[in-house]
Design a protein around this ligand. Structure first.
Ligand SMILES: Nc1ncnc2c1ncn2[C@@H]1O[C@H](COP(=O)(O)OP(=O)(O)OP(=O)(O)O)[C@@H](O)[C@H]1O
Ligand SMILES: [Mg+2]
Length: 261
């Protein structure tokens, strides 16, 4: 298999307007930021401010109304530029855990057995070995999310785009998966764009955090997360962590009020 390099990206003046039967909806307006090749960026913002829209634009699933996205390199042969992990419903119900994960290699590896062999270590890392041959409906929500994350990582996509991947989980499972996610990310430190509603999660995971305004969303503030890596959950007890959380919460509260009023 060819070695895979990392990739960074720059969004410049991105705007997206949807045409609906009730007229035009401006989802995001003039969004500009960059993500370095090894950076883990988290994005928080009020509901409906255009976060998923932004991720779909980066994934190439939507075209911007105006503005541009630049990638730091051309795509490599057979390697997906990006992989998307959704909040839920990201798995194929008719496929086993093994084949759902192996699907992440569909573009890169022709041989089915090789795809399966390459997927097993990821399944093991995500603690799902005993469920390799089970189907999604036989798994808990947390386990399904692990399968989605394993599929994104096995794909070796150059950029990982995650849309509230742990959003539907209970607090304990979420904490465990946040730590697991950081462990698995540490191995090749890909560029990650991670959307979450959870401020603590964003501070715990990210190198930098972007706070979006109410719709039409744009970047209101950029915050560098100062905590060293590797991180564990004890950083949540630091005064600096609490201060940062309070600051972000106040911005978001203001924006949520705007979007309600
Ligand atoms: N396909 C679409 N057609 C028309 N309008 C859309 C479409 N997708 C999203 N929108 C609108 O664009 C705005 C932004 O939606 P988006 O899903 O990007 O927000 P979000 O920040 O991801 O919200 P949430 O936090 O609730 O997931 C919303 O007002 C939504 O109604
Ligand atoms: Mg969304």
């Amino acid at each position: 298999m060819n070695s895979v390099s990392n990739l960074g990206l720059t969004c410049q003046g991105l705007c997206k307007t949807y045409q609906t039967k009730n007229g035009l909806i401006s989802a995001i307006k003039d969004v500009s930021f960059c993500v370095k090749e090894h950076e883990f960026i988290c994005i928080v913002g009020p509901s409906g401010c255009g976060k998923t829209t932004l991720l779909k634009l980066i994934a190439g699933l939507l075209h911007p109304t105006s503005g541009q996205i630049f990638f730091s390199q051309d795509p490599q042969d057979g390697i997906p530029r990006s992989a998307l992990v959704f909040q839920e419903h990201g798995l194929f119900p008719w496929m086993t855990v093994l084949d759902n994960v192996a699907f992440g290699l569909e573009m890169r590896v022709k041989d089915k057995k090789e795809r399966r062999d390459l997927s097993r270590p990821l399944i093991e890392k995500m603690g799902l070995l005993a469920f390799t041959n089970n189907y999604p409906h036989e798994l808990s929500m947390g386990m399904r999310q692990r399968v989605g994350i394993a599929r994104a990582f096995v794909s070796k996509a150059q950029i990982l785009l995650m849309d509230e991947p742990l959003g539907s989980l209970d607090a304990q499972t979420k904490l465990i998966l946040q730590e697991e996610l950081l462990k698995i990310w540490k191995e090749d430190q890909k560029c990650v764009v991670y959307i979450t509603h959870d401020i603590e999660e964003a501070i715990f995971l990210g190198d930098r955090l972007l706070v979006m305004t109410a719709r039409p969303g744009h970047i209101r503030e950029e915050i560098v997360i100062p905590f060293d890596r590797p991180r564990d959950l004890s950083i949540k007890e630091l005064t600096e962590f609490a201060k940062m959380k309070g600051h972000i919460w106040r911005i978001l509260e203001e924006e949520v009020r705007k979007s309600c009023g």
